[in-house]
Design a protein around this ligand. Structure first.
Ligand SMILES: [Zn+2]
Ligand SMILES: [Zn+2]
Length: 207
């Protein structure tokens, strides 16, 4: 189902292009829009949604351009709207780069919403803590996109505006660790892992 993983931009953010063979969701259109467009064109895929797992600028710098080229709507959890509004300030502070104005959100997401790709679909799990509106996407079987909530061997930073360590741990404990151990976890940065691997070996999750 994951067609390609691209590592994009200065913060090496993972962007996943997921498809049933005809239509595609782009999870975290992080940066370098031409590279995302190239994958869509090479596989002859129509983008039907651009989803940011949260509103940190390194996960959505390519949204505007990909949206203009494909017409696909941009999805974000509503609680990350204030984080989105600050993206230009944060991009200067953190990397000294001029980001464009925040893209307009077309569809606000919340816990339990479903995103469809053809016959398949993902449910939205609200997993705040790294940011107030952080989400993970679960296909109900074997794939989880965890954004910056859970990484291989680590967890997201809780010390950015709107973050909370306790909230982050609670999100992971209540929403992610109960999933089947064999579920593949595709994080916002770094390598792919599994729920079982993180349950047993992630140093932040040994309770
Ligand atoms: Zn982040
Ligand atoms: Zn990130």
């Amino acid at each position: 189902m994951v067609v390609e993983k691209l590592i994009l931009g200065r913060l090496q953010t993972n962007c996943y292009i997921i498809s049933d063979g005809e239509v595609a969701l782009v999870v975290d259109p992080a940066d370098e829009a031409p590279r995302i467009m190239e994958v869509l064109q090479r596989h002859k895929l129509q983008a039907v949604g651009l989803v940011a797992t949260h509103a940190h600028f390194d996960h959505l710098l390519a949204v505007e351009e990909v949206k203009n080229k494909t017409g696909a709507p941009f999805y974000l959890h509503h609680l990350d709207e204030p984080v989105l509004e600050e993206m230009q300030v944060r991009a200067v502070e953190l990397l000294g780069i001029q980001a464009g104005p925040p893209p307009k959100v077309d569809v606000y997401l919340e816990e339990g919403d479903r995103l469809s790709i053809g016959e398949e679909g993902f449910s939205v799990l609200h997993t705040p803590g790294h940011s107030p509106g952080g989400i993970s996407l679960y296909d109900g079987r074997s794939n989880l996109f965890s954004g910056d909530t859970l990484f291989a061997g680590s967890i997201g930073r809780p010390d950015l505006p709107g973050g909370s360590y306790e909230t982050l741990i609670r999100s992971i404990q209540n929403k992610l660790l109960p999933l089947p151990e064999e579920v593949a976890v595709y994080p916002g940065h770094g390598p792919t892992t599994t729920i079982g691997q993180e349950k047993r070996h992630n140093p932040f999750l040994q309770f």
